[in-house]
Design a protein around this ligand. Structure first.
Ligand code: 5AD
Ligand code: SF4
Length: 440
């Protein structure tokens, strides 16, 4: 039975910030087609599950999410599976879950309106996991309706092939968006009310482009020009690879006032033997040299990272080396994960997979150390005065929550408006947030 042409939709994004960005672009696209956003998945004619494949039994989770979209009367909305699971599983998804109408990969979602029409005609399931040479970006409508903070994808994909990672397979090869496209989108975001832009890429610091004068520029050069755009008060970027931390970017942390003092630079592990097995193509030593150079340029910079425990073959001595590296670096925050074998990646076929109980124990110890470091970092800001960009309401009336330059959540008690940049005196530091009052 054919489903009616949808008039309302709901996009649900999982995973990384790039998926959040893609979800926003799909929303704008569907709105430009005349559909309106429903309150939630239960009220929508079309539900887009924008999925993540990076860890865990992601695909299994998608199937249970699909099951939950069935309504009391037995009907289902039109269902589109987008994102990285869509890319990895393709036509297998509607085979296993016949209620799925559309499968669309991360490089093809500009075709969503066409796919909706194809699904409506109901002849076959509409599947598009192509990675077309001409980019989806050109086919998407202009940016609009922004809060104070916005994401902007400048680079996508990855050629580094770390042995644990699906990203090169789901997001494709490393591609930089051209200079003019990035500038235009940044201006559109600022016109639409953004004051902070976070530049996104799986390997964002590998971004390269030609500026208006035809000179080759890296991310540092791009940031220097973005800094001059009227209305852009804060610039951030994520995620970076240690091998692509070039001088121009490091120096931008010294020279560019709007570039926030925060660096997310995943190292994954602190043992050279494991880094080699991960095909990270850097060593502990070369990573630490990068951190030293960055800190020389910007002494107060907050360092963040990602860690994987229990990579195949990881010994207790390897793990101890990871803890030692964390001790040396002193993180302001970090993300850490148990290794999860990803289908089709080289590490999934390696001998010596680590037992779940060992991973649990290592993750706990690692997170205890990282949590201590985060709390210690937050305490260094007690009694400091800092600018806070207000992003949303807090739990209590009048309370707002914003971000410090170092990406800490700051609870401000005395009610500035969302979107305001305020000077705040920090009166309390907790493990996960700061509390402040407007400076007088
Ligand atoms: N298992 C566990 N963690 C992973 N990550 C990527 N792939 C895996 C995997 N197979 C983590 C890395 C990466 C972050 C985005 O997710 O730490 O930096
Ligand atoms: Fe998940 Fe990676 Fe895809 Fe982002 S790019 S949604 S983290 S698999």
């Amino acid at each position: 039975m054919n489903k009616p042409l949808p008039r309302t939709f709901h996009v649900k994004s999982f995973g990384c910030q790039m998926n959040v960005y893609d979800g926003a672009r799909m929303t704008e696209l569907l709105e430009a087609e005349g559909l309106s956003a429903a309150a939630g998945a239960d009220d929508a004619d079309l539900v887009v599950l924008n999925t993540c494949h990076i860890r865990e039994k992601a695909a299994e989770k998608v199937y249970s999410d699909i099951g939950r979209l069935r309504r009391e009367d037995g009907s289902t909305p039109m269902i589109a599976v987008a994102g990285c699971v869509a890319q990895a599983e393709g036509a297998e998804i509607p085979r296993r879950a016949p209620s799925v109408d559309i499968v669309v990969g991360p490089q093809a979602y500009h075709r969503l309106p066409d796919l909706v029409r194809e699904a409506r005609e109901g002849k076959a399931k509409a599947v598009d996991t192509d990675m077309p040479a001409e980019s989806k970006f050109g086919a998407l409508p202009a940016r609009r309706r922004q809060g104070p903070t916005a994401f902007l994808t400048v680079q996508e994909g990855c050629d580094k092939f770390c042995t644990y990672c699906v990203v090169p397979y789901t997001r494709g090869a490393e591609v930089s968006r051209p200079w003019a496209a990035v500038m235009d989108e940044a201006k559109a975001l600022l016109d639409a009310g953004a004051r902070e832009i976070t530049l996104l890429g799986q390997n964002v610091n590998a971004w390269e482009g030609e500026d208006e004068a035809g000179r080759t520029q890296g991310l540092g050069g791009l940031i220097r020009v973005l800094d001059k755009l009227p209305g852009l008060e804060r610039i951030r970027y994520t995620t970076s690879h240690p091998n692509d931390m070039r001088d121009d970017l490091i120096n931008a942390h010294k020279d560019v006032g709007s570039l926030m003092p925060f660096l997310h630079l995943p190292v994954q592990a602190g043992s050279d033997r494991i880094l080699k097995a991960m095909n990270r193509s850097h060593t502990v030593e070369s990573y630490l040299r990068v951190i030293d150079r960055v800190r020389e340029a910007r002494p107060d910079i907050a360092i963040s990272g990602d860690f994987i425990v229990g990579f195949p073959g990881e010994t207790e001595a390897d793990f101890a080396a990871t803890l030692a590296l964390i001790e040396r670096v002193e993180h302001a925050q970090a993300f850490s994960f148990k290794y999860s074998p990803r289908p089709g990646t080289p590490a999934a076929a390696m001998d010596d997979q680590i037992a779940a109980a060992v991973m649990d124990d290592r993750l706990q110890r690692l997170q205890a150390l990282l949590n201590d470091q985060q709390y210690a970092f937050n305490r260094t800001k007690l009694n400091a005065r800092m600018s806070v960009l207000i992003e949303r309401n807090g739990k209590k009336p009048g309370q707002r929550i914003g971000k410090s330059p170092w990406l800490q959540s700051v609870i401000v008690e005395d009610g500035p408006a969302i979107g305001e940049m305020v000077e705040v005196d920090i009166v309390a530091a907790a493990p996960n947030s700061l509390t402040g009052v407007i400076a007088r």
